[in-house]
Design a protein around this ligand. Structure first.
Ligand SMILES: C[S@@+](CC[C@H](N)C(=O)[O-])C[C@H]1O[C@@H](n2cnc3c(N)ncnc32)[C@H](O)[C@@H]1O
Length: 253
């Protein structure tokens, strides 16, 4: 996984104008574009497969990037938090139990939200069904935006981070994780190169420089993701306004 933390400048209008004031302008432009969000988590076959993963339930604390993600989070006490692509709601509830004043969890999948409402509810968490590409909030609505393993499904990265920048209050923080570019970089198929005995020998990173859509079989065929090289998310965030504070690689060897 690839993790990134950025912070909106304390006096945002000055920072934005120093960069040509484009952050908010892009937000307006993006809202008009047609989008086609994928909702693969409501596919019965995909959901059945995903449900078998340890990270799906209480095992989310043993996920490879868990410690890095928590380390990047600021103190949430009294903060207003948005969890984009909240899934089953483990992180949203964790943030509420550690002191967030409110957490809004947004996800496109009815199945994931049903689980979140049933098993990861909290009085200060509200779950809302919407796509990342379409959801709207007033300016400066949140102190913290988190998004765990969602943005590799979203085609318009620059549009999304520009909109997030607008939703952040001054000094607000964005922390997100995404599928690592060394995984999305390959063309469809298993990236492992096997020896004659079927043992994994190395990972085939064959199309890292070719940014764009990928389709893979992950429980079901036709799961859409987007590959971006390491520089693109960092530069996209900087162009949208937030200052990048920290980047982390969470990989198994
Ligand atoms: C890998 S799961 C991660 C769930 C949760 N954030 C976590 O870390 O456990 C990806 C989640 O993103 C949601 N998702 C994917 N694309 C989305 C989109 N365009 N808009 C809203 N949610 C989306 C899926 O429905 C799913 O719940």
């Amino acid at each position: 996984m690839f993790l990134l933390a950025g912070r909106r400048a304390p006096v945002f209008p000055t920072a934005a104008s120093a960069r040509g004031g484009h952050a908010i302008t892009r937000v307006d432009g993006i809202e008009d574009r047609p989008v086609d969000p994928q909702n693969i988590y409501d596919d019965p076959g995909f959901f059945a497969g995903y449900s078998t993963l340890e990270r799906f339930g209480a095992g989310w604390e043993r996920a490879v990037e868990h410690a890095d993600l928590l380390a990047l989070l600021p103190d949430v006490d009294g903060r207003r938090v948005l969890d984009l692509g909240c899934g089953a709601g483990q992180l949203a509830r964790h943030l509420a139990t550690t002191g967030a004043a409110e957490v809004v969890g947004v996800d496109v999948s009815e199945r994931m939200l049903a689980l979140a409402r049933a098993e990861w509810a909290h009085p200060r968490v509200t779950y809302r069904r919407e796509a990342v590409e379409q959801v709207m909030f007033p300016p400066a609505r949140f102190d913290l935006v988190v998004s765990s393993l969602v943005l590799h499904y979203v085609a318009d990265y620059r549009g999304v981070v520009s909109r997030i920048a607008g939703w952040l209050a001054p000094n607000g923080v964005l922390v997100y994780s995404t599928e690592h570019p060394i995984y999305t970089g390959r063309l469809p198929g298993d990236g492992w190169v096997l020896d004659d005995a079927g043992q994994r020998t190395r990972w085939a990173l064959d199309h890292y420089a070719d940014e764009g859509p990928r389709q893979e079989t992950c429980f079901v065929p036709g799961v859409r993701k987007v590959h971006r090289t390491t520089a693109t998310p960092i530069n996209g965030l900087l162009d949208a306004g937030p200052l990048v504070e920290r980047v982390a690689d969470a990989l198994t060897s």
